[in-house]
Write a protein that binds this ligand. Sequence first.
Ligand code: G3H
Length: 494
Amino acid sequence: MPDEFFADISDQKTPPTYRFFNGKEWVVSTSGKTTEVHSPIDQSVLGTIQVVTTAEIDAVMESAKTFQSAWEAMPLYQRVKIMHLAADWIRHFADYLIPLLMREIGKITDEAKGEIMRTADLTDYFADEAQSIRGETMESDNFPGFEKGKIALIERVAYGTVVAIAPFNYPVNLSASKIVPALLMGNSVVFKPPTQGTISGLHLVKIFQKAGVPAGVLSCVTGGGGEIGDYLVSHPKADIITFTGSSDTGAAIAQKGGMKPLVFECGGNNPAVIFPDADMSLTVREIIKGGFSYAGQRCTAIKYVLATQGVLDQLMPEIVKEIAQAVHMGDPRSPETKLVGPVISEQAAEHIEQIINEAVSEGAAIVTGGKRNAAYIEPTILTNVKPTMKIVATEVFGPVISFIAVKSMDEAVTMINESRFGLQASVFTKDEGTGIAFARQLNVGTVQINGSPQRGPDHFPFLGVKHSGIGVQGVRYSLEAMSRLRPIILNKPA
Ligand code: G3H
């Protein structure tokens, strides 16, 4: 049944050549160019993907524009119904999609399962919430100097064509979190999946097509960011860009996108701050889970820990013990593996290894880990780290947590606020008042008290400041971000 359902998306050979979706049909690019997708688990070839041409991008942009108005004119309840059906299909094919995701991006079973089921739930929740997104009316006489007589009918309407660009670490969930609100609000979507993650992304698109998204409204163009990204984001027919990925790529897109509205979730280097009164066993568990789940390849992963030397001395033996119990690096398909599988590619692993070595050469000490084998990086703890070292100053997408001793909590605030990133931070203390007061001093998107950073639950607002993002996501916020206000003023002088 899955083979039949997803038949169009490839030639079904071993390994398959995947097609792209031009909004109407699944086709091979006229470029004649393809890219191989390798599994980070063992470097085996999972398939090849099309590198589309600029002419093919022009054609999908044209269809997106042509078919968008009929899609927006469709009654909302019908779009809602299509999204609920898509959520059902995602659940229905979970057992097929989970191993696919594991092979393509190296997630362990629980994480891959979590991503698929969360995507189905998210799609349903978006569809339900879209029903309550409404326009409003306003009258003029509230404002000094105005009489009655002007009535604003403030409608919420689609932007037009949304360009959606998703990252490799959640190729199903962070694709759906862009596509679903955009479609529900009446936009058409041109979706570019991550190169590593394209195969999972194509399956998701097929589900939306089968669920009833009409021809031309959703397309999926494939190819490397370097090959098609610039053309896509600077396209004159793109009305808004939604992107998750690195801060550097985000900054480049912002430049090339010109005046287009942007919704960005970018890098993070999220700190955890430990007060002396923290519940140490909870803190240790949250740091390890927060730093090492999906091998540290989450924009919300804990990257560094700040505490006074006395607290760090007390913490470190517990951290090492917790790693021995809660973390086991290995093949993500093995039930033995806990939290740390491979990182996304051997090249990424080499980069992480190089940054660890650089930190060590600058004075950092390895408490545990630090070694690489192919795409696998051992869960690594570093001490004596300085905030200027690349291991903390840049976003290192791998299983590495750095520990930095501070003299005071004021120093911790300064360090966090001086970082170029500002996604999330965690504060551990038994005194919630202290936690809240501390949180208020931090210039980051969200502060977690006694918990590790994370995006969910998905209806909470999710945002980054500084180089960590633009705009706000989260169910209602994403629906709002994918639509604009259209005030129409009735002037009715008495
Ligand atoms: O990588 C960025 C994701 O938005 C993180 O999501 O906190 O649910 O892992 P997560």
